[in-house]
Design a protein around this ligand. Structure first.
Ligand code: SF4
Ligand code: SF4
Length: 56
């Protein structure tokens, strides 16, 4: 189960810089996580200023 970024995302880019497997990229209006690449480390959720990445 990969993390998913909600619509709360303000596209700051902080999560992408902290992802160890480069699973996060800038999408249309928000950043997105490639579910096939995400290893559920939680780094993105820990650095996000608005709590947009949601895990299980
Ligand atoms: Fe990357 Fe970890 Fe976030 Fe998955 S949980 S997108 S591996 S930082
Ligand atoms: Fe969006 Fe949070 Fe990632 Fe910033 S850290 S791009 S607000 S999900």
């Amino acid at each position: 189960m990969a993390y998913v970024i909600s619509d709360e995302c303000i596209s700051c880019g902080a999560c992408a810089a902290e992802c160890p497997v480069s699973a996060i990229s800038e999408g249309d209006g928000k950043y997105v996580i490639d579910a096939a690449t995400c290893i559920d480390c939680g780094n993105c959720a820990n650095v996000c200023p608005v709590g947009a990445p949601q895990g299980e």
